[in-house]
Design a protein around this ligand. Structure first.
Ligand code: SF4
Length: 439
């Protein structure tokens, strides 16, 4: 969501043109920037700490040249914004995610008047100032995100999102489809629909619109090759969505279904409204319709009161379900959430030791699944350069994703960027696959 919001902001600011407009400074010339906008995440304490250290980084240049001016946005602004404004004189604007539409004018104001400091935090979790921009300036030219719903009403006991991103609000269907068509017209081949819980899409409308119906319409947009979506809340994930995934060729057979814990006792404390058995049933239903499904999950270890037995239940869930990938995290207290004051907080070393054990179990599962894919062939959108650069042979390496959302690295030509190619998998690691273009 932060990448998407940053792309919209980047587009809105650079589109304004001169005079009074903005120009984006390439990363290697960051020192020349007059304004730095930080869009940060507050879901975990570690992400917040990164933002504090990033904000502190500008002290030397501020003292020397009175620049750059810094604006803090994203959900982290909502939790740290007031303290950032009072602690750092170079932070001159803070805005919550629901005030993104006020940023272009707000940024102009702080740059035009050195005395102005703006607090645009979201005081009312229901008000919204949208930035109506199609992200034509994107981090990736061929892949794009589209938000379909804002905020969340689920109040899982560990989660800060409902407090920093406000109440659930579905975006109008016509706006979404208009944005998808515009992105496809701009060269996008793959779109990821975004929401804290996409499955709730439409529940606040008066008509029959559901996430399943929206997904079908998006999948049928002319010229769009692939659609993905994140993320799904297990209790709201329906057979109707599975039907669309199975019947619409553009919808990828990949699903992130956060389990969070394998123990029913912990799920209850987390205010997740499903049991392990119910979760398992959703997985079985989806795999029955989509045998090649790429299934990932999110899982927290070390939640307050988690016993060794509860933790074992999470390990057993991994062994039984065999996810393709698990986004695991040690429980991190978020101030203001119910879990932060629950009894039974575990020491950090226990949380980290469990995280290490869990990751070892999952790494072996992921590797064995990936090794089973060697020799198979997948259509892959060549979407970016691989982070590691060159093959031992000196060929330039590119990367893309299988329909099941696995990263594949392979040699290709510059001219194949943005194209679909058939890639044969030649080797596997736990975090990625290696391959070569077939034929
Ligand atoms: S559904 Fe997701 S975003 Fe909403 S409260 Fe639960 S964990 Fe947070």
């Amino acid at each position: 969501m932060n990448v998407y919001d940053s792309d919209r902001l980047r587009t809105a600011l650079t589109r304004r043109g001169s005079p009074g407009g903005w120009e984006e400074v390439p990363p290697e010339k960051e020192d020349e920037a007059e304004l730095v906008i930080i869009t940060g995440c507050s879901v975990r304490a570690k992400a917040e700490q990164k933002v504090w250290s990033e904000l502190g980084r500008y002290e030397t240049s501020w003292k020397k040249d009175r620049r750059p001016v810094v604006a803090l946005t994203g959900c982290v602004a909502q939790s740290l914004g007031k303290r950032a404004l009072s602690r750092f004189p170079w932070v001159r604007l803070v805005a919550g995610p629901r005030h993104i539409g006020l940023l272009p004018d707000g940024l102009r104001r702080i740059m035009d008047d050195p005395e102005t400091r703006l607090n645009l935090l979201d005081e009312d979790p229901r008000t919204f100032f949208e930035l109506d921009e199609v992200t034509v300036r994107r981090e990736n030219p061929y892949r794009a995100y589209v938000t379909i719903a804002y905020g969340c009403d689920n109040f899982c006991s560990y989660c800060i999102v409902p407090y920093v991103r406000g109440r659930f609000l579905s975006r109008p269907r016509d706006d979404i489809l208009r944005e998808v068509r515009a992105l496809v017209g701009d060269g996008v081949r793959e779109i990821t629909l975004l929401g804290q819980n996409v499955n709730s899409y439409g529940k606040d409308f008066d008509d029959e619109t559901t996430f399943a119906s929206l997904l079908r319409e998006v999948a049928r947009v002319d010229g769009l090759a692939r659609v993905r979506f994140v993320t799904s809340l297990p209790q709201d994930f329906t057979s109707g969505i599975v039907d669309v995934m199975a019947s619409e060729p553009a919808v990828c057979p990949s699903l992130n279904l956060p389990i969070q814990a394998g123990s029913d006792r912990i799920l209850k404390l987390m205010n997740r409204k499903y049991t392990y058995a119910e979760y398992l049933e959703k997985v079985r239903m989806t795999r029955a319709a989509l045998p090649e499904l790429g299934l990932t999950t999110d899982l927290i270890v070390g939640f307050p009161g988690e016993t060794e037995e509860d933790f074992e239940a999470s390990l057993n869930a991994l062994r039984e379900i065999r996810f393709d990938l698990v986004h695991s995290a040690a429980y991190s207290e978020r101030e203001g959430t119910p879990a932060a004051t629950m009894p039974g907080a575990l020491p950090q070393n226990v949380r980290l030791e469990r995280l290490t054990r869990l990751n070892a179990v999952q790494d072996a599962i992921t590797l064995s699944i990936n090794e089973g894919l060697v020799g198979k062939k997948y259509p892959v959108l060549v979407d970016s350069y691989a982070p590691r650069g060159l093959a031992p042979t000196g060929e330039r390496l590119f990367q893309g994703r299988t329909p099941t959302d696995k990263v594949v690295i392979f040699p290709a030509d510059e001219g194949q960027m943005g194209q679909f190619v058939e890639v044969t998998i030649t080797a596997a690691e736990s975090w990625c696959l290696h391959g070569e273009i077939a034929g």
